[in-house]
Design a protein around this ligand. Structure first.
Ligand SMILES: [Zn+2]
Length: 299
């Protein structure tokens, strides 16, 4: 049975003739779920969509246990941008900003900006974090620089997003193995780079994955692997929200209870799930021992 997935999907593929591996991610409903959570200015919405596609893209060629997140913070108008893809293909993301947002939104111009890629599982204490150099004009170039600096296989990355779709394409040269001709590899890679450079954002957003790959690389013997489904999903739980409240401390929790007629309501910014705590719940969580540490941004 053949399944044809054209939305919310991750495709791994090989360009056999050139010795290049790739990942193509196309998001539709999952992206619209994230984009619809706030009234994002167009430039920020595009960046958020690109980042969401990229967080899925980066899971394509690694063994992931937990989640991969991309997180950007700055002291300027774009305060936070966070996107995440889990090992089960669950995606979520958000951005916080204050108006006016600079137009165009150039990563390199944001004051005090830092971007980090975190891979792994907080619960199991196995996390790797790498910092992304933000001296590049856009997110795709910044992620390419990250691949070089973290000594992984160099990658060529293309990202595009509008209100409907978010799409990402990543290409990597396969590591040179015995018998490979280095000069021939070099030619093949520049041929692929040349083909990839012809791809415009509009075409990328409008074309189904298989069609896009064959259109670009039809002479390169495209081998597609079984697609992986992706979907919007949030990992928030009452336990994690409790841990977050516990980390705030008794004073803050009691102040919040007093301010809201004895009830604290926490709304997850990713999925809008509501969690309420009354005085008895609050006393219970404050007096119960530690539990797992909450992560910095996400609940
Ligand atoms: Zn949630």
């Amino acid at each position: 049975m053949e399944t044809i997935l054209v939305e919310d999907v991750l495709h791994r593929f090989l360009l056999e003739r050139a010795g290049v591996r790739g990942v193509l991610v196309r998001l539709g409903p999952a992206w619209r779920e994230v984009a619809g959570r706030a009234d994002y200015p167009a430039s920020l919405r595009a960046l958020l969509g690109q980042s969401l596609a990229a967080s899925a893209l980066l899971t394509g060629n690694i063994k992931l246990d937990g989640a991969l997140s991309i997180e950007l913070k700055s002291t300027g108008a774009l305060r936070l941008l966070f996107t995440e893809c889990t090992d089960r293909g669950r995606l979520r993301g958000l951005a916080r900003w204050s108006d006016p947002l600079p137009e165009p939104l150039a990563l390199a111009d944001l004051p005090g900006a830092v971007m980090a890629i975190t891979i792994g599982s907080a619960e199991r204490g196995q996390r790797y974090q790498g910092l992304v150099d933000l001296h590049q004009p856009d997110l795709a170039r910044s992620l390419e620089a990250y691949f070089v600096q973290s000594e992984q296989l160099p990658a060529r990355i293309v990202l595009a997003a509008d209100g409907e779709h978010a799409v990402g394409l990543m290409l990597q040269r396969l590591p040179g193995e015995g018998g490979h001709d280095a000069v021939q590899d070099e030619d093949a890679w520049s041929r692929i780079e040349h083909l990839t450079a012809t791809l415009g954002a509009d075409e990328m957003l409008a074309t189904a994955p298989e069609q896009l790959l064959y259109r670009l690389y039809h002479e390169e013997n495209v081998r597609l692997f079984e697609p992986r489904p992706l979907a919007f999903g949030c990992s928030c739980t009452r336990e994690r929200v409790s841990a977050m409240l516990r980390a705030l401390g008794r004073e803050e929790v009691e102040a919040a209870l007093a301010a809201r007629d004895g009830e604290i309501e926490v709304v997850c910014e990713f999925c809008a799930q509501r969690y309420t705590f009354d005085r008895i719940d609050a006393e219970h969580l404050l007096s119960s021992p530690g539990g797992s540490q909450p992560s910095t941004t996400a609940q």
